[in-house]
Design a binder for this molecule. Structure first.
Ligand SMILES: Cc1cc2nc3c(=O)[nH]c(=O)nc-3n(C[C@H](O)[C@H](O)[C@H](O)COP(=O)(O)O)c2cc1C
Length: 369
């Protein structure tokens, strides 16, 4: 780097910026989102959304956050001896907005438990830190609170993210590479997509179910094409829809024919979440999943019935078959999805047979190229 001409910005704003410009620049530092809670001298609960939270020290364990002196709850926080940091989860953007809006009782209608010192811990967060205030520093129009961490808790929920003035979601960087473990399948993919798209047009008429073409992306099974049936399974058929690995037919069809390094990180997270969900079904375990994948490898068909589709409004059944690269890795999954009440997703029914025949033909064509 020469350091002279390659700077990717206009002339620096030396003390000529206004508040909005400063806020915009600060917004490019992406953060998580917390709700900080405390009790006032009367034992009344207070809470506000804050992204100024930061870790300070591991040993001793210290964290900080700062509060605007103009905040309605500042008089409560400035004298409080303890605070709790609730690190919000991806789905809690409404809660973030709720705690960012002044109101006399922010906790009514909000689910919470009480932590070790009786401070509210909001339910369903990503993580929690219960802290004792050890220092307060004036910081311009804010006060900086440093807390010593007494108690920590964590869930498997992914954290909510905030940057550039909007809520974001955190996904691992794909580093511009093919998804881990799928390198051997990637070469066949463009040809497979061409062949499968044609097959879907044909199949949509024969089986008259909504068809999806699913690829293994950096975020797991990802729908890359749809072919709607006469009555599509849902009004919206979004491209880029990411499906679960262990509880979608497409996920199972792909996972059965991909190496563990591609699949394991998704499976581990889903099994952990699945264990927590209070559904009627017994939770899927690593052993039961291994036997499901084994049977998919034997039959070349994965089924799922019945399960919520996409926005949870439709209960759908699905059949999925893998399209294989010449070295036997799943390149794509070809999937039929229909409303549970009309579509019997039997692994040996006519729809499964039609899908299998199409996938077999495409896999054979890939071997010849
Ligand atoms: C994403 C986000 C982050 C925020 N971070 C802070 C913060 O770190 N400190 C702060 O004082 N206010 C922050 N706010 C604003 C407060 O949440 C907001 O002013 C709230 O009304 C304060 O509550 P109160 O008036 O009941 O005290 C943030 C708001 C949002 C939406």
């Amino acid at each position: 780097m020469t350091g002279s001409t390659s700077l990717d910005h206009e002339r620096p704003a030396i003390r000529t910026f206004d508040k909005r410009q400063l806020r915009d620049v600060l917004g490019s530092f992406v953060t998580g989102v917390t709700v900080v809670t405390a009790l006032d001298a009367q034992g009344q609960m207070h809470g506000l959304t804050a992204n100024s939270f930061s870790s300070v020290s591991l040993d001793p364990p210290l964290v900080l956050w700062s509060q605007a002196t103009s905040a309605g709850s500042h008089s409560a926080f400035k004298d409080a001896e303890r605070f709790t940091i609730n690190i919000l989860a991806e789905h809690q953007f409404d809660l973030a907005n709720h705690f960012a809006t002044r109101s006399p009782d922010k906790f009514s209608g909000v689910d919470y438990d009480l932590g070790v010192d009786g401070l509210p811990l909001l339910r369903d967060c990503s993580a929690w830190l219960e802290c004792k205030v050890v220092s307060r520093f004036p910081g311009g129009d804010h006060v900086i609170f440093v807390g010593s961490v007494d108690c920590i808790r964590q869930s498997s929920r992914r954290p909510l993210v905030f940057g550039g003035g909007q809520y974001l979601v955190a996904d691992p960087h794909d580093l511009g590479l093919a998804p881990v473990g799928t390198e051997g399948a990637m070469k066949s993919q463009p040809h497979a997509v061409r062949l499968a798209s044609r097959a879907m047009l044909r199949l949509a008429r024969t089986v008259d179910q909504t068809l999806a073409l699913v690829a293994w992306g950096n975020h797991g099974p990802t729908v890359i094409a749809w072919q709607a049936a006469t009555t599509p399974v849902a009004a919206d058929l979004p491209l880029g829809l990411v499906l679960p690995v262990t509880s979608s037919a497409s996920g199972l069809a792909l996972a059965a024919f991909l190496p563990p390094e591609a699949v394991d990180r998704f499976v581990t997270a889903e099994l952990r979440d699945n264990g927590r969900q209070a559904s009627g079904e017994p939770p899927l375990t690593a052993e039961s999943l291994a036997s499901v994948l084994e049977s998919v490898r034997a039959s070349h068909v994965a089924t799922r019935r019945p399960g919520p589709f996409y926005d949870d409004r439709v209960l759908a059944n699905a059949i999925s078959v893998p399209i294989l690269s010449p070295n036997g890795l799943a390149v794509l999954a070809l999937t039929a999805i229909g409303p549970a009440e009309h579509f019997d997703a039997a692994a040996d029914g006519p729809c499964a047979e039609a899908l299998k025949a199409a996938a077999h033909e495409i896999s054979a064509a890939l071997r010849e190229t």
